[in-house]
Design a protein around this ligand. Structure first.
Ligand code: ARG
Length: 495
C-alpha cells in the first residue's frame, strides 16, 4: 500500500536524523559530581562549562583518585537524591549540613561557613528578618535551608502563597526586580554576588538569619571515599589553596556577569540584537539549543514508536475482550496499566523510572524514551480502542463470512479502518507528547526546554531563550501537523 511506503520513508529519514546522538554511558574511571549551577561563586556557568569552588574541590578529589571528573548539573532539590540512588559519587553544591540530610547521606568535614540573608529591592520597607512576617511575598530556592528557615520561622502556614519557591536563586532575584516578590532569602555569598550584579535594584541586608556550614555529601555506603575527600579538603585548607579557590571564583563570577552586561543599548532593535547576541551567539550558546532540540526530537520519536506499539497491543486486547469476552487476565493487566499511567502525572512517572525502576541506567535519553513511551501508550491505547469500537459489528460478521479468522479480520479489515478514523486524535496525542517531553529537565536531561533554562541561568535574560524555545516547539508541532495532514490525505485517496 502507498501509505506504508510513505511511512517507511519517513521512518528511515528520522532514523538517519537521530542516530549518533545521546549515548551517555560513563566508564568506571570517572568521579561523578552532582551540583546545581546558578549559585555563584560555588557553581555557575562560564561559557559551556560549569565552574566554581565546588567544582574546583571536586577536581582536586578526582586528581587525587586519578579519575576523570564528570559533572551532572541538576536542580538543587534532587542533588541529594542523586547521591542516595548512586547516580553520582559526590554532591558539592553549597550544601548545608543539616540533621535531616544526615539521615540520608554522610557529610565530609565542612569547607565553608555561610548564613541565610535577605535581598530586597531598593527602597524596600523591609529592614530585618522580623519585617518578613508582615505579609510579605518571599522567594527562595526549592529544597534549600532557606526554605526550611522560612517555613519554620516566617511563613509557617502550609501552602501559603506568600512563600514562593524557585529552581534557581537568580530567577528569584529576577522576580524580585520586577516586583513579583518583596524579598528573597538565600545563602550569603551568592546573595552578595547577585546584589553586586544588580546595583541600584537589589539591596543586601547584612543581618544573618542562620549560621550554616557547607560540606560535601556522599553515599552512606562509601565511607572510604568520604575519608579521601576529607583528606583533600584538609590539604586544600592547610595549603591555602581553598582560599585561592574562593578568591578566584568570586572574581570570575563577577566578570562573567559583567561581560554579559557590557554594551548597554540605545534603541529597541539594538537591544534586541544585543540580546540575541548574548543569548545565542556569545560562547556558541546556540549549541545548547541545537543539542537540546536533537534530544527532544529523539525522545519524542522513540516515545511515539513505543507508544504506538504498546497502544496497539493494549487496544487489541481490550477490544477483543469487549467483543468476545476472551483474554480476561490480559485485559485485567491492561486495565491496571491504563489506570496507573493515566492516573499519575507524567513527571512523577519519569522520576520513578529514573530514580527507582531504572536506577542503575545512566542513559537518560533511554530512560526518557521509555517513560514517555509508556505514558503515551496508555492514551494511544484508548484512542485506538475507540477506533475499533466505532467499526460496525457487521464488519466482523463480514470477515467471518469471508472465512477470515478473528485475527485476520482484525488485521485486514478492522484496524486499517479504525486507524483512519482515529488519526486526528492520534495526531493530537503526538503533539501533546512532544510538548510533554519538556519535563525531561527533571532528570537533568538537557532537552530543548532545559537548554533554554541553561541559557537563562547564564544570561539572566528570560525573554530570548524562552521565546526561542517556544518557537522551536511550535515549529516542530506545525511540521508534525503538516505531515499528518499529508498522511491523512493519502489514506483518503487509498479509500
Ligand atoms: N546552602 C543551602 C542548602 O544547603 C542552599 C544551597 C543551594 N545550592 C545551590 N547550588 N543552588 O540548602
Amino acid at each position: 500500500m502507498k501509505y506504508q511506503k510513505f511511512l517507511q520513508g519517513m521512518f528511515t529519514l528520522l532514523l538517519l536524523l537521530l542516530c549518533g546522538c545521546g549515548n551517555e554511558k560513563q566508564s568506571t574511571e570517572t568521579l561523578t559530581l552532582v551540583t546545581a549551577a546558578g549559585f555563584p561563586p560555588y557553581e555557575f556557568i562560564n561559557g559551556q562549562q560549569i565552574v566554581g569552588i565546588d567544582v574546583d574541590i571536586a577536581r582536586a578529589v578526582a586528581r587525587k583518585l586519578k579519575r576523570e571528573l564528570v559533572v551532572i548539573d541538576t536542580k538543587f532539590d534532587s542533588v541529594i537524591g542523586h547521591i542516595v540512588t548512586g547516580k553520582a559519587d559526590i554532591a558539592a553544591s553549597g550544601i548545608t549540613v543539616t540533621e535531616e540530610r544526615k539521615k540520608k547521606v554522610i557529610f565530609t568535614i565542612p569547607y565553608s561557613r555561610s548564613a541565610q540573608v535577605i535581598l530586597v529591592p531598593r527602597n524596600s520597607s523591609i529592614k530585618c528578618g522580623e519585617d518578613l512576617k508582615k505579609n510579605k511575598r518571599v522567594g527562595c530556592q526549592s529544597g534549600t535551608t532557606a526554605y526550611d528557615y522560612l517555613r519554620q520561622h516566617i511563613i509557617t502556614r502550609k501552602n501559603s502563597p506568600l512563600l514562593q519557591q524557585f529552581d534557581n536563586p537568580s530567577v528569584a532575584v529576577e522576580a524580585l526586580k520586577i516586583g513579583k516578590l518583596d524579598a528573597v532569602v538565600l545563602d550569603e555569598e551568592p546573595a552578595q554576588v547577585l546584589a553586586k550584579l544588580n546595583p541600584g535594584a537589589v539591596v543586601f541586608l547584612k543581618e544573618p538569619l542562620t549560621s550554616e556550614e557547607y560540606a560535601i555529601a556522599i553515599n552512606k555506603n562509601n565511607r572510604e571515599l568520604c575519608g579521601i575527600v576529607n583528606a583533600v579538603i584538609k590539604e586544600l585548607k592547610d595549603s591555602g589553596e581553598l582560599r585561592q579557590m574562593f578568591e578566584r571564583n568570586t572574581t570570575l563570577a563577577k566578570q562573567v556577569r559583567e561581560m554579559e552586561k557590557e554594551g548597554q543599548f540605545s534603541s529597541f532593535f539594538h537591544r534586541l540584537s544585543d540580546d540575541f547576541q548574548t543569548n545565542f551567539i556569545t560562547d556558541n550558546r546556540w549549541l545548547y539549543i541545537w543539542g537540546g532540540f536533537l534530544k527532544t526530537v529523539q525522545i519524542s520519536f522513540w516515545a511515539v514508536i513505543l507508544g504506538i506499539i504498546l497502544g496497539f497491543a493494549v487496544a487489541v486486547v481490550r477490544a477483543t475482550h469487549d467483543r468476545t469476552g476472551k483474554m480476561k487476565f490480559l485485559n485485567f493487566l491492561c486495565r491496571i496499566y491504563l489506570t496507573v499511567i493515566r492516573g499519575t502525572p507524567c513527571v512523577v512517572q519519569l522520576l520513578i523510572i529514573y530514580f527507582i525502576i531504572l536506577k542503575s541506567c545512566d542513559n537518560k535519553v533511554l530512560v526518557a524514551c521509555i517513560a514517555f513511551g509508556i505514558n503515551s501508550g496508555a492514551y494511544v491505547a484508548e484512542i485506538i480502542r475507540s477506533g475499533i469500537m466505532s467499526i460496525d459489528k457487521g464488519q466482523f460478521e463480514a470477515g467471518d463470512a469471508l472465512g477470515l479468522s478473528y485475527w485476520q479480520t482484525m488485521r485486514y479489515i478492522i484496524l486499517p479502518q479504525a486507524l483512519k478514523n482515529v488519526l486526528p486524535a492520534l495526531g493530537n496525542e503526538f503533539i501533546v507528547l512532544i510538548k510533554e517531553t519538556s519535563v525531561s529537565g527533571y532528570i537533568a536531561l538537557q532537552d530543548l526546554t532545559k537548554a533554554g533554562d541553561i541559557i537563562r541561568s547564564q544570561t539572566y535574560d528570560a525573554f530570548m531563550p524562552l521565546i526561542a524555545v517556544a518557537a522551536i516547539y511550535l515549529a516542530c508541532v506545525m511540521l508534525l501537523t503538516w505531515l499528518l495532514g499529508i498522511f491523512e490525505r493519502r489514506l483518503k485517496r487509498n479509500e
